[in-house]
Design a protein around this ligand. Structure first.
Ligand SMILES: Nc1ncnc2c1ncn2[C@@H]1O[C@H](COP(=O)(O)OP(=O)(O)OP(=O)(O)O)[C@@H](O)[C@H]1O
Length: 727
């Protein structure tokens, strides 16, 4: 048994709550196979026998865990009632001791319940794979046999199931039968993978078991992909592909940028990576120190089940807007982002476009560096002599000291300056003058008045004025900034004040940013400085939905010091036929379809709204007949989605997806493209795919997103003339 894997005992076992028997051990090591490889034995029959044994152990462990949870819960209730009853009679130290004891029992009960819950989930499907590994360092012994499952489980001190994240499970994801190796805690173990078996357990029975070669591997993947979509994203532990596994198990610190074509599993991979890092870096990371920036509330709900499915606590999810408001607390409120496809105000659109460029971001970063640099031509501080007690603090000294503090945020520099000035003044003052010396805070306030720009907003205005961009500033309401000004303002705040003190932000040690292509260069620059922690950024530069031109992932990575970039090109979501259409819409995306076939997409001319509604009705009929669970009716803009939802509601039960939608609806969802992004539906109907609506390069990106939302069937409707991108 490997030491490292012992570390990962289930919470209940770790706390001693499981008692001496079985429990969830967070990573079991392979155990010797009693009979050695039974090549001739029928895989299913063999697995049935193994499953029966494992199930019996799991049942016994469950009974113990539930019994323990019940006993600890009952003791807790009794102790709590005693404490309440004797309140007022206890000495303070007895009361403190009593409540500490209660807390301890409460934690123990929670761990026992969590353990029971995991065992119950393992009972549904204990493991999905088995690897038999003959290690070079044990040539005469039997091969090690490890069953790989969602969680680890041990019985009577012996590992039974290995967690999918354990080192030995890497054999399953990374190798075909033949020479193989894994990183055991004691060092690298070389050897031969003598068997790799995939097992599907359904309702307590072995549905199938196959000894795999890569062709079978594809078949297993195909089975997973052929299933209908639901309203929640699911884990993919049983069919993680090798290129995905490399990303998931990449533990190097810093920033990892994942550029992946539509449906390549980026979101799945990022969530599995979080689960992997939480498992591997327990001392450093917890669910409270990981946060995800996701594009919409409906998307946040869609992905929210994956980490709990993998046995981890949910992590904080912020929208970019929520993050901006948090980081700008006390400086400004932030207007909500607006839909580019619905923007009717050309001046507003022009302002947004100007602030979305690399040049704008570079200009602001360079300007801030220049005005806050020690050798700034026009330093931010315009010092004056001022009296402090019996002393005069000379302007020249202030200027020199301010400059010498270099890269420290300006507000912090002023604090240091105030302290130094006071120290000098108190040394030189005596009597009444010494007694009347102001506080450091008051001195700092006087210094603050010597700044050219006293707050982030003033600094931002100065930047715009200095660079001839003042016309770009428009305040929608007092104290509120336009969405596109939020992150430039944040950069100014960071330069002036340093990182904001919000505890939610300070806790983050790993940040995941989904749909990274939605962020403008200035947003990336601000994010890199706001949260200088490890990051996983993922997205697809071909799926920009706000009118900007696609940028290379390397350009995104450039905003994060030392970031590395990885590309995923194989697409898993859509059938081959749908993926082929997507590749025609966006040939530059480099999408490689997975070999899963289905009906060819239908391109239908429908003339007018009545024709469109009828065609949607036929698509709904086909979707129902196929037993689909989700159907997306995708429109170019929010306004169109709202209009069509109203019309379609007369004939079908539909849900309109808006910014306020916080749960992915089952059934028929009418969605603007920008909110469909990141989601997937069994079937998709795209409305108004006409040449007049999808004409520009920016529209091409929208159409690509719409097409790639479909898993099984796609219907594309147009009124008069189809978009040239569909040719
Ligand atoms: N290895 C895999 N095994 C089974 N299903 C997979 C695998 N990889 C991806 N999928 C499935 O493919 C679909 C797309 O995955 P996901 O949403 O993570 O991709 P994405 O790259 O984030 O997509 P997009 O950018 O288009 O929103 C999901 O249904 C996911 O479960």
């Amino acid at each position: 048994m490997e030491r490292e894997e012992e570390r990962d005992v289930a919470p209940a076992a770790r706390g001693g709550a499981m008692g001496g028997g079985g429990g969830l051990a967070g990573g079991s090591d392979p155990r010797p196979c009693a009979g050695g490889p039974a090549a001739a034995e029928d895989a299913v029959a063999e697995e049935e026998r193994r499953l029966a044994a494992v199930t019996a152990q799991l049942r016994a462990a469950l009974a113990r865990a539930e019994g323990l949870a019940g006993r600890v819960g009952a003791s807790w209730a009794e102790a709590s009632a005693d404490l309440m009853a004797s309140r007022g009679e206890l000495a303070p130290e007895e009361a403190v001791h009593g409540s500490l004891e209660l807390d301890r029992m409460g934690r123990q009960a929670a761990l026992a319940e969590q353990s029971a819950e995991r065992i119950a989930r393992l009972l549904e499907s204990p493991y999905f794979a088995r690897v038999d590994f003959a290690a070079d360092d044990a040539p005469d012994g039997p091969p090690l046999v490890a069953s790989v499952g969602r969680f680890a489980f041990s019985w009577e001190g012996r590992p039974v199931i290995s967690d999918w994240r354990s080192p030995v499970a890497g054999l399953f994801y990374d190798y075909e039968p033949g020479p193989a190796a894994y990183e055991a805690p004691a060092g690298r173990r070389e050897g031969v993978l003598v068997r790799k078996r995939q097992v599907k357990v359904e309702e307590g029975r072995v549905a199938w078991a196959v000894d795999t070669a890569s062709s079978v591997r594809d078949e297993v993947l195909a089975r997973a992909l052929a299933q209908g979509g639901g309203t929640r994203m699911h884990d993919i532990v049983a069919s993680i592909q090798r290129e995905q596994n490399a990303v998931i198990r990449d533990e190097r610190p810093g920033t990892l940028v994942i550029q992946g074509v539509a449906g390549s599993g980026k979101t799945s991979v990022a969530l599995h990576r979080v689960a992997y890092l939480l498992y591997r870096q327990k001392d450093r990371l917890s669910s409270r120190s990981v946060a995800i920036v996701s594009p919409s509330r409906v998307f946040a709900d869609y992905i929210s089940g994956v980490l709990p499915e993998l046995g981890e606590e949910p992590v904080a999810q912020w929208s970019l807007h929520g993050l901006a408001e948090l980081a700008l607390g006390g400086v400004a409120r932030v207007e909500r982002p607006r839909s580019w496809a619905d923007e009717a105000d050309p001046a507003r659109a022009a302002r947004a476009a100007a602030k979305g460029t690399q040049a704008f971001a570079d200009g602001l970063v360079a300007w801030l560096a220049a005005v806050t640099a020690p050798d700034a031509a026009e330093p931010l501080l315009v010092p004056r002599d001022f009296d402090l007690g019996s002393a005069t603090v000379p302007a020249a000294w202030l200027a020199e000291r301010f400059a010498s503090l270099g890269a420290i945020p300006v507000a912090e520099r002023l604090g240091i300056l105030a302290g130094d000035a006071l120290a000098q003044a108190s040394a030189a003052s005596f009597g009444r003058a010494a007694a009347a010396l102001p506080t450091r805070r008051e001195v700092r306030a006087r210094l603050l008045r010597m700044l050219r720009a006293r707050d982030a907003r003033a600094l931002y205005r100065r930047f715009l004025a200095d660079t001839g961009r003042s016309a770009l500033l428009h305040e929608p309401a007092r104290g509120t900034v336009e969405w596109e000004d939020a992150f430039p303002l944040l950069l100014c705040r960071l330069a002036l004040e340093g990182p904001p003190r919000a505890p939610e932000l300070a806790a983050v040690r790993h940040l995941v940013v989904d749909e990274m292509q939605d962020l403008t260069p200035v947003q990336h620059a601000a994010l890199a400085r706001l949260l200088p922690c490890d990051k996983t950024l993922l997205g697809d530069v071909s799926q920009v939905v706000d009118g900007r031109a696609p940028v290379a992932p390397e350009a995104v990575a450039a905003a994060y010091p030392g970031a590395r970039t990885v590309r995923l090109t194989r697409s898993y979501r859509s059938t081959f036929e749908i993926a082929q259409l997507a590749a025609r819409v966006r040939p530059d995306a480099g999408l490689e379809p997975a070999p899963r076939h289905g009906e060819p997409p239908r391109l239908i001319r429908c003339g007018d709204t009545r024709g469109a509604v009828d065609a949607v009705g036929r698509a709904v009929g086909a979707w129902r007949a196929a037993g689909g669970r989700t159907l997306g009716v995708v429109c170019k803009s929010d306004l169109l989605a709202a209009r069509y939802a109203a019309v379609l509601a007369a004939e079908h039960p539909v849900t309109l997806v808006t910014d306020e939608t916080d749960a992915f609806p089952a059934g028929i969802a009418v969605c603007p493209v920008r909110l469909a992004k990141g989601l997937e539906f069994d079937d998709v109907v795209i409305l108004d795919a006409d040449a007049r609506l999808y004409a520009t390069e920016a529209d091409r990106g929208l159409l690509y997103v719409a097409v790639t939302r479909a898993m099984h069937r796609l219907t594309v409707l147009y009124r008069d003339e189809p978009s040239p991108f569909l040719a």
